[in-house]
Design a protein around this ligand. Structure first.
Ligand code: NAD
Length: 466
């Protein structure tokens, strides 16, 4: 009898398994494919590998000369770039395998299915076995949403296929200007593709404040991404030149010829054949219904990550995995879902946490705000990375930080510093007293916080009302 059987070995499942073992629980982690799930094998990690490689290529071609570095001949060997990506993936998945061994987590390869609240059936080829367990954690992740009228083919790929092109496509249409569309669009545009991104919504990155999303859109357009908002894709037809995609933007229909299409229109939870319909409740969006502790309608069945409500993010899944295993071990661990950070790993990066200004207004929260442009940061200028700004808000009454949005160099790392302060309930006044190293790009967060209290040193503060 196991204490916990976990279905799925992505960042939700494998982290839950390791923590369970650390807590002295007998745990098995089941996966039908390699350890590490989407994130390690076909998502976050390989995409970051290609983002970093393609950025180096782009910078060598376009940016190094401004530093006085000229390269006479720049050659791109895509096969080496792809091989490097595979090696990074192998190294990390081998690392998780080693952690499983050293923590005594049992990894079982096979397709898992819940038979009851205490039994999980595992099918591996023709062999079947049933595991008896006190708790089950469902961490089976998500898969790309497909469009009914545009089927996957040699010309049409999803986010997984887009990390495996053997040649740089001359022309590329991406459907969806969300996180995946922007990251993959950046990779292939930097390597030389002409990229058009078709986005159905009129608003670009609506979770950001307008001031910041406008900056982001302008910069991506400068980088050559042809982002067409309000463009609802209708169909795609293969022809001799490649594929023709038709979209409607308002009253008119437009067609484009392209070599490849990437579908990046969102992801859906992996729940097929996992349990009988009567066993667990789903919410009205088709995710497993859970309470704030990721507990389903059955007390000893838990669900975490992309199969439940909330953002589909690896770190959110991991922390839910930790929370659930700690709770199974009777430790009162809970998560602050208002403090989940989000990052788009473009260059510059976009990172945000907490409520944006329109949400704060909607909720009638009395808040103050401050911002600081990287153009006024000595370090950003020195490294030629001065696009973007930091925006920060705090509660006028308590002075606690409510939200941070960063577009600029190392945005993800800068955001994290502010998030630690938010998590600890530090006031903006106290955060402003923290000593930041000079010169660093993090000083922009410091200055934005000071600006919120009219104390910025390196930009003009707002005029005080008389
Ligand atoms: P998304 O929801 O972020 O964006 C999909 C976009 O496609 C939306 O803006 C939507 O309006 C648009 N769209 C949908 N149908 C369309 C149509 N017919 N024509 C034109 N546009 C259409 O989804 P995603 O980018 O596929 O990412 C999926 C999930 O994976 C997200 O939850 C994301 O947060 C997560 N993810 C996160 C990271 C990261 O943290 N860096 C990286 C990759 C994926």
């Amino acid at each position: 009898m196991y204490d916990i059987v976990i279905l799925g070995s992505g960042p939700g499942g494998y982290v839950a398994a390791i923590r369970a073992a650390q807590l002295g629980l007998k745990v098995a982690c089941v996966d039908k494919s390699s350890i590490g799930g989407t994130c390690l094998n076909i998502g976050c990690i390989p995409s970051k590998s290609l983002l970093d490689s393609s950025l180096k290529h782009h910078q060598l071609l376009n940016e190094f000369d401004s530093h006085g570095i000229q390269a006479r001949e720049v050659n791109l060997d895509l096969s080496i770039m792809m091989q490097r990506k595979e090696e990074v993936v192998s190294q990390l998945t081998a690392g998780v395998e080693a952690l499983f061994k050293s923590n005594k987590v049992e990894f079982i390869k096979g397709i898992g299915k819940l038979v009851s609240n205490s039994q999980v059936e595992i099918q591996n080829d023709d062999a079947k076995e049933v595991l008896e367990t006190k708790n089950i954690i469902i961490a089976t992740g998500s898969s790309p949403i497909q469009l009914n009228n545009i089927k996957l083919s040699t010309h049409v790929v999803d986010s997984e296929g887009a990390l495996k092109f053997e040649e740089v496509p001359k022309t590329l249409v991406i459907i969806g200007a969300g996180v995946i569309g922007l990251e993959l669009g950046s990779v292939w545009a930097r390597l030389g593709s002409e990229v058009v991104i078709l986005e159905a919504q009129d608003d670009f990155l609506p979770m950001l404040d307008k001031r910041i999303s406008r900056q982001v859109l302008k910069e991506f357009q400068n980088q050559g991404l042809d982002i067409r908002l309000g463009s609802n894709v209708l169909e795609a037809e293969e022809d001799q030149e490649g594929i023709k995609v038709t979209y409607s933007d308002g009253d008119k229909e437009t067609s484009l010829h392209t070599e490849k299409i990437i579908l990046a229109v969102g992801r859906k939870p992996n729940l097929d054949n996992l349990f009988d319909d009567t066993l667990l409740n789903l919410n009205n969006q088709g995710f497993i219904d859970v309470n704030e502790f990721c507990q389903t309608s059955i007390d000893n069945i838990w669900a975490i990550g992309d199969v439940v409500r909330g953002p589909m993010l690896a770190h959110k899944a991991s922390e839910e995995g930790v929370m659930v295993t700690e709770r199974i071990a009777d430790n009162d661990v809970r998560l602050n879902y208002d403090h989940v950070p989000n990052v788009i790993y473009t260059h510059p990066e976009v990172a945000w946490v907490g409520l944006n200004e329109s949400k704060l207004k909607e909720q009638n929260i009395d808040f103050k705000s401050g911002s600081f442009p990287f153009l006024a940061s000595g370090r950003a200028l020195a490294s030629g990375e001065s696009v973007g700004s930091v925006f920060i808000t705090a509660d006028n009454e308590t002075d606690k930080i409510l939200g941070i949005q960063v577009f600029g160099p190392s945005a993800a790392e800068i955001l994290q510093q502010g998030l630690i302060a938010m998590d600890q309930g530090v006031t903006s006044e106290d955060f402003g007293k923290t000593i930041f190293s000079h010169p660093t790009v993090s000083e922009a967060l410091h200055e934005a916080t000071l600006a919120m209290n009219n104390k910025a040193i390196h930009i003009q503060n707002r005029k005080k009302k008389t």
